[in-house]
Design a protein around this ligand. Sequence first.
Ligand code: PMP
Ligand code: GLN
Length: 382
Amino acid sequence: QNSLLSATGTTIFTVMSALALEHGAINLGQGFPDYDGPEDVIEAAAAALRDGRNQYPPLTGVPELRQAVAAHNRRFYGIEADPASEVVVTSGATEAITACLMAVLNPGDECVLIEPLYDTYLPVVKLLGAVPKLVRLSPPDWALPRAELAAAFGPRTKAILLNTPMNPTGKVFTTAELAFLAELIRRHDCYAICDEVYEHLTFDGWRHIPLMTLPGMRERCMRIGSAGKTFSLTGWKVGYITCDRSLAGNVAKAHQNLTFTTAPNLQRGVAVGLMKEDAYFAGLSAQLQAKRDRLARGLAAIGFGVLPTQGSYFITTDVRPLGFNGDDVAFCRTITEEAKVTAIPVTAFYASAEAPSHYARFAFCKGEAVLDEALERLRAWA
Ligand code: PMP
Ligand code: GLN
């Protein structure tokens, strides 16, 4: 059997969701909304299903969705991309990340990863025989350690994987940080895989800036979006990649060997979603900002050290002020069992055991009554 897979644990999201179910806990762990996505998007998918759109769609995605991805890129970021040759639809951003890594990495190539990191990145880089070079952001401000980042790049660097807005930190990379990254990518003549699934979930006037929009980055970046996050439909697993045509051929071949295609009816629903009016996207972030504020205020009042969140579904909290005797894994297990509220231990987002072990991540993409009930339970437990 493959030793890397044998050594990979079951994802923390599955572990904690199962524990939540077992203990009847409110699940603020795995990041999924407890509300449905837009009615018209769901209706469009349902109509396509009934209209006989049920056989293999084109390999790179149905034309309506590729056109909608291109139009969305133009509308929000001024990115021009040819829907026929520079957009690839995948079965979720998870597949997109793997397809992009497969598209550029050869065995022995180095790939820069930024910790804390989403849990699929490292296993895939290793499975491809590439060498991960980890650079760590430090809490509480998660600023980019520029000297360390520069030192992680070298003659064997082939790619960097960048996640902004970032899971689990809620960090949105600044233009200055992106410019610094872009300079390194240019200097070392490499590629960037840009996991931008939370692109529309930014708060307090923070705006998501795709690395692809910086000078010299158009041909080097593979920009990834997810209908799961943009339309609160995480179970649909529809992702989309925008990249230069010189990269899209390999990206499409990776997709061809992973899943080949993605459910055509869902693709048609997502196409309707990406063409929705600006007010939809503004409303999505405004609603989530109110949820973030509600949960952040409540957690702070209980005594959690609440770190700022500029984007994503997540709040990171320092649990030390609560005086709990144990690490983040013990803390998340204990509150699931005793308070009946589930969170994710942030050490799950680190590659090595020497990681800060006093942070718990809470998802706020839930109804207000659910957030209030979770806070009430934590207040009674603390
Ligand atoms: N990247 C990040 C940073 C995520 O948090 C997630 C989780 N949803 C994904 C990728 C995967 O997205 P999808 O569900 O579209 O595969
Ligand atoms: N992205 C979601 C999170 O961070 C989980 C996705 C998954 O369960 N794989 O919570």
